[in-house]
Design a protein around this ligand. Structure first.
Ligand SMILES: *Cc1c(COP(=O)(O)O)cnc(C)c1O
Length: 464
């Protein structure tokens, strides 16, 4: 590990040790032993700071609690891993993690009616309102991941044997949410461009009606799917769903937090986003937003009474199991939110970088893009069977030759050993990093005598 990164972690850890002394002392007092420990701690930090300044020293801490490695991928590498890009924390989120790491830290000022989304200090209640308006819906709740949003909706709307329309590229968590509720998924087939259209959705709804004598109870559609990150016609599909009076769940796992999302304009009844995938938030986090019409159903409160004690828990929402994201997960999400709100305005630039990188890969003879092109997302699936895989076939390290070459240049996150079809995500990389990544790929191509067409970055070099 780069010594500056290593020493930065050591300094943070050493400060935590000082913090622990402050936690252990009696209020407003400090014993001579504690004073001594603090001084020792400060000396240690000073020495570490010198090491950071001068890039000196050797690693002194290798593990947390003896068996947990320090994770320094984001400090020491350019990470192009498909699902990690937009979930990287902001510095503010990391500060919130430190300050709110204790278990139920959100609950210091929890007052009647004792529900997470009502807490005003820290400003959790206003955050919920901001979240709803961020996706232009009426009401929002934080949930432990997009999947828990699907689960809450499916559990409310789906009864045993009910059909739910999903895309043929639906995420597995949509299947599981429907399965748990006792429903059955009915997939909408893709067209020849791997896109889910409104017409295909209408046909599938009709087919289900014919076959079962009942309409599906819910349509769940991913705006950008996880396989190709192709854009699907969510707006057209919402219109079709509503023609049959079926509510639409907009799966924004790959959109909410990276690009502007307007739930009302789309015609969504539910908007689901993923905090750890696209909102620079710790896991597990996400958002479930809905309309005034649906909120009382999805966010219904408990009706149960204890048969012996007669106890009731009136305001607790059944699908949320009362409270959802406690502690630093939520505070991290909140701390990133101002940045997230701003960054969605830069989506066009993110797309330019995405296309720039793809064009650079396509310039390596034999490489193809499997996702729709030009790219409308920063996640892309590419096929290097006829470029890098040709080398892998003859290389003693097989597909790992590419992994080795990339990591020696400080690039990680491509599926290790994969040289045929694989995914990458450019979200949040600076132009400088994007250029570096493409130069590195092209240099590797040169090294192994793959032809690189450098001068032409136009849109027609898709299949050289
Ligand atoms: C990642 C992903 C999910 C799951 O999101 P979580 O927040 O981890 O539950 C759901 N749908 C799609 C399309 C995804 O890409």
């Amino acid at each position: 590990m780069d010594i500056r990164t290593q020493k930065t972690f050591e300094a943070l850890f050493a400060l935590e040790d000082i913090r622990e002394i402050l936690r252990q002392r009696l209020p407003d007092t400090i014993t001579p032993e504690e004073e001594h420990s603090i001084r020792k701690g400060v000396d240690r930090v000073r020495k570490i700071l010198d090491d950071i300044e001068n890039s000196t020293g050797v690693p002194e801490i290798r593990k947390i609690a003896n068996n947990i490695d320090i994770r320094s991928r984001e400090e020491n590498y350019i990470n192009i891993q498909p699902i990690q890009a937009a979930g990287r924390l902001t510095p503010e989120a990391r500060k919130a993690l430190i300050a709110y790491g204790d278990g139920y830290s959100t609950c210091d000022a929890c007052r009647k009616p004792f529900r997470l989304d009502k807490i005003s200090s820290p400003p959790i209640a206003p955050f919920h309102e901001q979240l709803a308006s961020f996706v232009n819906m009426d009401v929002a709740r934080v949930v432990p991941g997009a999947r828990r949003g699907f689960q809450a909706v499916a559990s409310t709307l789906v009864d045993k044997g009910d059909s739910v329309i999903v895309s043929a590229l639906a995420h597995y968590t949509e299947f599981l949410a429907v399965e748990e509720a006792g429903g059955i998924v009915r997939e909408v087939p893709l067209n020849e461009h791997n896109i889910v259209t409104a017409d295909a959705t209408a046909e599938r709804i009709e087919a289900v009606k014919q076959e079962t004598g009942k309409l599906p109870v819910l349509v769940m559609i991913d705006h950008f799917d996880y396989q190709y990150a192709n854009e699907h016609d969510v707006k057209g599909i919402a219109k079709v769903a509503h023609q049959y009076d079926i509510p639409l769940l907009y799966n924004g796992a790959y959109t909410v937090g990276v690009m502007p999302v307007d739930g009302k304009d789309i015609g969504a009844d539910f908007v689901v986003g993923s905090g750890h995938k696209s909102m620079a938030s710790p896991a597990p986090s996400g958002v479930l937003a809905t309309t005034e019409e649906w909120a009382p159903k999805i966010f219904r409160t408990t009706q149960m009474t204890g048969d012996l004690t007669g106890r009731k828990f009136g305001v607790k929402e059944v699908e949320m199991l009362g409270c959802t994201l406690m502690g630093s997960t939520l505070l991290g999400m909140m701390a990133s939110f101002p940045t997230v709100k701003e960054r969605v305005k830069n989506w066009e630039d993110e797309l330019r970088k995405s296309n720039y990188l793809i064009d650079g890969l396509l310039a390596i003879k034999g490489s193809k893009v499997v996702s729709e092109y030009p790219r409308k997302h920063t996640l892309s699936k590419i096929d290097t069977t006829e470029s890098f895989d040709v080398i892998a076939q003859k290389h003693k390290r097989r597909g790992f030759f590419l992994t080795d070459e990339l990591s020696s240049k400080g690039i990680v996150g491509e599926f290790a050993g994969a040289t045929r079809v694989w995914k990458l995500n450019t979200y949040g990389l600076s132009w400088e990093k994007v250029r570096y990544v493409i130069d590195t790929f092209q240099d590797i191509a040169d090294k192994y005598n793959l032809q690189v067409k450098r001068e032409d970055n136009s849109n027609d070099n898709r299949e050289l």
